[in-house]
Design a protein around this ligand. Structure first.
Ligand code: FAD
Length: 391
């Protein structure tokens, strides 16, 4: 891959020097993939509201799908390398990182963690290679932040289950070959693998999004959808199971949004150095410099948070509230950095010729999904005080 116009990264505190050669190699491979394969097409994908599905086989070959799982065709990389991978992917676009997060953390991880050996062998290698696309159906029209009340049901019927209900806001929902569907069986939440061709299963794309446009988001419908009994995830019982999956995905988000922020910051530095007003580069004005300094400062803090979170995860000491803090903090800073970049680009900042507005609108989704800012605030508030403010 060529070095032309390649992204140099944003690393004010030399965090790179803390990384192993292998971690740097993985980061740089994904960085080059984004420079060469993603950036040339992503604005067009965003404008035409489509996920660049032609990149999926390459994402599979590069080991970007389920990369931190072991065996079954997965790359088996460490947690820091996985985080760096998500950072670099989201530097390209949140839709691309969403594909990797959903496929790896929300489809492969539950099969890997809660599935039978047969399920693992049947699905994981094809999901890792990108031959199969998966989606994760938890959110329903009436149950978003509080999934405990979900209404989709599974009823045993002979040697099958009958699923009834509907899911909404499902990433990959209308392009997935298989769905991990969370439904209540005798009042308790269980996970089910539902293949697209099962009778009674249908889906539709949600149109009109002004965010995450290079990603498919769909609705899933189950109308007496019959699936064999062997499609239940045998080890998943209760809300804890989908929450464990979300925790994995949120780890990737905490890293990913730093990549989006890095893209916006780098673009703002380049632009303000080149753009002249009042007879000099706008980068020479104090007010502009203050914005650039705030952006770099926020990115550096978020990078250090991610690095430490990765260490905690690798050591098996990462708690779900550690992830909440990083997801909440880093989505906030990324949104703020993207807004500042958009501002510094002036009128050009609202066009897709530049990256800032695309990242800014994407980050509105990232701030909402996988637990809104409020929900992570309440989780942390409860952890600090011991008092739940959820209800
Ligand atoms: C593009 C996109 C992709 C998505 N992909 C998936 C996916 O793949 N799979 C999936 O299952 N879901 C997915 N989601 C759904 C996402 O997880 C939900 O949108 C999110 O959980 C919020 O739920 P909601 O939209 O119903 O909002 P609500 O829960 O109705 O929240 C609306 C507002 O109320 C606030 N609120 C709610 N409860 C409280 C409270 N107790 N205290 C204070 N404030 C509160 C929220 O913080 C928010 O500000 C996706 C969403 C989007 C936009």
């Amino acid at each position: 891959m060529s070095e032309l116009n390649s992204f140099q990264g944003v690393d004010y505190y030399q965090i790179s020097s803390l990384l192993s050669e292998e971690q740097k190699r993985i980061r740089d491979t994904v960085r080059a993939f984004v420079d060469e394969r993603v950036l040339p097409i992503i604005a067009d994908c965003y404008e035409s509201h489509r996920f660049p599905i032609e990149l999926l086989p390459e994402m599979g070959r590069l080991g970007l799908l389920g990369a931190n799982l072991k065996g079954y065709g997965s790359a088996g990389i460490d947690d820091l390398a996985y985080g760096l991978m998500m950072q670099e992917l989201e530097r390209g676009d949140s839709g691309l990182r969403s594909m990797a997060s959903v496929q790896g953390a929300l489809v492969m991880y539950p099969i890997y963690t809660f599935g039978s050996e047969r399920q693992k062998e049947q699905y994981l290698p094809q999901l890792a290679s990108g031959e199969l696309i998966g989606c994760f159906g938890l959110t329903e029209p009436e149950h978003g932040s509080d999934p405990s009340g979900l209404e989709t049901t599974a009823v045993a019927d002979g040697d099958s289950y009958l699923l009834n209900g509907g899911k909404t806001w499902i990433t990959n929902g209308d392009i997935a070959h298989i769905a991990i569907v969370w439904a209540k069986l005798a009042g308790q939440i269980h996970g089910f693998i539902v293949e697209r061709d099962r009778p009674g299963f249908s889906s539709a794309t949600i149109e009109g999004k002004f965010s995450m446009r290079a990603s498919n988001t769909g609705e899933l419908y189950f109308n007496d959808c019959r699936i064999p009994q062997e499609n239940i995830l045998p080890q998943a019982a209760g809300l804890k199971a989908p929450l464990m999956c979300l925790n994995q995905a949120r780890y990737g988000i905490a890293w990913g949004v730093v990549g989006a922020a890095m893209a916006c910051y780098a673009e703002a530095v380049d632009y303000t150095l080149a753009r002249r007003q009042f007879g000099r580069p706008i980068a020479g004005f104090q007010l502009v410099q203050e914005k650039l300094v705030d952006m770099l400062s926020a990115i550096t803090q978020a990078q250090l948070l991610c690095y430490r979170l990765g260490q905690l995860k690798s050591a098996g000491r990462m708690r779900h509230t550690h992830v909440s803090l990083a997801k909440r903090n880093n989505c906030r800073i990324a949104l703020d950095v993207a807004r500042k970049a958009r501002d510094l680009l002036g009128g050009n900042g609202i066009t897709l010729d530049y990256q800032a507005i695309r990242h800014l609108t994407n980050l509105e989704t990232v701030s909402t999904y996988e637990g809104t800012d409020h929900i992570h605030t309440l989780a942390l508030g409860q952890d600090i005080t011991g008092i739940s403010a959820f209800r």
